[in-house]
Design a protein. Structure first.
Length: 345
């Protein structure tokens, strides 16, 4: 009986892993794609369990072992680029620290957020899901950051930006089909180098806190079920931001909660269209979201994405600040190629 259950579980894990790898924007496939780390861990535990059973009873379970190994290989292939390849590097001249935190609108641990910001002291800070209460609570940060933007928006799409350097050419865009989902674009200059930045909070693929009737009427959204509309919303938002980025030159930085993991088809399309790279690569799994979840069950949906002219010298997940998200903090610097280009101009 135990052997049969193990075989069924191994077959189910392989089927889920293979389905998650499909290049599909179907809601179920999208949701399955986010748990690569967990599938890989389950495959490893399955192999370990079979080894223990074999040691005790000499029962081989060859089929189950093979299925677990294949599932492990499928998920390991997706995770491989994120295996840490080295520790944090020294922050050279021209480097700057960026932090993003989804605060959760109902969260009231204002002091925890203020303590986090003061301890990390980022040069650029993006706070998401802010409301009028959070805007008042974060007022002390203006003594540290002389430049800020506060955008009050209903349905958990408000945001705040704090910076040590001026925020130039600030533009809030909603795109045609997103009247309640802002994306803030701005420029900043650090040590004589200019950066274009996009602060993004994409719609989640489920449980969207917005009036769905507003979006069902949009010409670009032809889906019929609530789930399809919600997923289409997020994907269309990411596509619109990626299209905007693809038309811009220079060093570009995207900071925010994209409500998708690096393993989804939508994220791959975003990276392909925008030409950006994931700061997580070579830095680890670094999950940031998971309400009441232990570390192995959390998901990496908060992101810092970079153009070719930038690289991350460190990337870390911050402490619990009372939200269902953990902050994400990166130290960035111009890449060597960008510095060489600047010296030869």
């Amino acid at each position: 009986m135990v052997e049969r259950l193990i075989l069924i579980f191994s077959a189910l894990l392989l089927a889920i892993s293979a389905s998650a790898a499909l290049p599909s924007t179907h809601l179920l496939i999208d949701l399955l794609s986010h748990f690569r780390f967990q599938y890989f861990g389950a495959a490893g535990l399955g192999v370990l369990l079979i080894c223990l059973i074999f040691m005790r009873t000499r029962t081989r379970l060859n089929w189950a072992l093979g299925l677990f190994l294949i599932a492990g290989a499928i998920n390991g292939w997706a995770l491989w680029p994120y295996v840490p390849t080295g520790g944090a590097q020294a922050a050279p001249a021209g480097s700057f620290k960026v932090a993003v935190a989804n605060l959760l609108g109902v969260n009231r641990k204002h002091d925890a957020v203020l303590s986090f910001v003061r301890e990390e002291s980022p040069d650029l800070l993006v706070l998401l899901e802010t409301n009028d209460r959070w805007i008042r609570a974060m007022e002390p940060l203006k003594k540290i950051y002389p430049h800020s933007v506060s955008l009050l928006q209903t349905r958990n799409f408000g945001l705040m930006i704090f910076s040590r350097v001026p925020l130039n050419d600030v533009e809030t865009r909603y795109f045609d089909q997103f009247p309640n989902i802002p994306t803030v674009f701005f420029n900043l200059s650090i040590d004589g180098k200019n950066y274009r930045v996009a602060a993004v909070h994409a719609a989640p693929p489920v449980n969207v806190p917005i009036n769905m009737a507003e979006f069902q009427a949009a010409k670009s959204l032809t889906m019929t079920t609530v789930g399809e509309i919600q997923l289409s919303l997020r994907n269309a938002h990411l596509r619109a931001v990626a299209d905007w980025i693809s038309t811009k030159a220079g060093s570009i930085l995207v900071v925010g909660d994209l409500n998708t993991t690096p393993y989804s088809h939508a994220f791959e399309n975003f990276i392909s269209t925008s030409g950006l790279k994931d700061a997580r690569k070579g830095r680890g799994f670094l999950p940031t979201w998971g309400p009441l979840s232990p570390w192995p069950l959390r998901l990496p949906i908060d992101h810092i994405l970079l153009s070719k002219g930038l690289e991350a010298t460190s990337l870390n997940v911050g402490p619990d600040v009372g939200s269902d998200h953990r902050p994400l903090i990166a130290v960035l610097k111009p890449s060597i190629n960008a510095l060489v280009q600047k010296q030869t101009d």
